[in-house]
Design a binder for this molecule. Structure first.
Ligand code: MN
Length: 217
């Protein structure tokens, strides 16, 4: 039986040529390690898209409140469609009327290690996703250490997942990382700066001194 294309849903939702999002693409260099990326997305509701490389695609969850560094905090993570590897480098504004309209920045990115296990047995990422019990060690620029993604019953029959910081030396109950580090790890820009970039010098009005002093009569 032919394997279904994991990116079909992703493509079906988008009009390439209208949206600047990539149709495919390759992952950034990561020394042979799998990558993760977290994108801050100012859509209808601001959220953070948490993505893990598994089997050549980015498995994705939308996290409305974003990740926490506090192990006591459980953050809702709603599964979304698999994204292509090239999405890990995407920043820009998805136009009005398109799926996910709004501005996106790469809030954090790095590599990860799979720590998933069940009753002492290591689980592959595929098996861990199937079981709904994923544990990863993140080596990002902002997020470090262990995180769990656990599937719960959710609400209205839709599977809900929770993103939870694991207890380790990188846990911090006081750090307000989302507020302290709002910028892109790729360009240092904030969402607002990507949404309305400063006018380029060419487009600026010429200095007054070069204009003819036209006196209205
Ligand atoms: Mn999103």
């Amino acid at each position: 039986m032919a394997r279904t294309d994991p990116l079909q849903k992703y493509r079906d939702k988008r009009h390439f040529g209208v949206t600047p999002e990539p149709e495919g693409g390759t992952k950034p260099a990561a020394g042979g390690q799998p990558i993760f990326v977290i994108q801050k997305h100012d859509a209808t509701r601001l959220h953070y898209d948490f993505r893990l490389e598994v089997e050549g695609v980015l498995k994705s969850w939308a996290v409305p409140k974003g990740p926490s560094t506090d192990p006591a905090v459980k953050r809702l993570a709603m599964p979304t469609e698999d994204h292509p590897m090239g999405y890990a480098g995407f920043e820009g504004t998805i136009p009005e009327g398109e799926y996910g309209a709004g501005t996106v920045i790469v809030w954090d990115r790095g590599t990860y290690r799979n720590l998933s296990e069940h009753k002492g047995e290591a689980l592959s990422m595929e098996a861990a996703l199937e079981e709904g019990r994923v544990k990863v060690w993140l080596e990002g620029e902002k997020l470090r250490g262990g995180y769990a993604l656990a599937r719960t019953r959710g609400t209205d029959g839709r599977p809900g997942w929770l993103l939870i910081k694991l207890k380790d030396e990188h846990a911090d109950t006081a750090d307000d990382l989302l507020a302290r580090r709002p910028e892109s790890v790729l360009t240092g820009r904030t969402l607002e700066q990507v949404a309305s970039p400063p006018a380029s010098p060419r487009k600026r009005a010429r200095p007054v001194s070069t204009r003819k002093a036209a006196k209205p009569k």
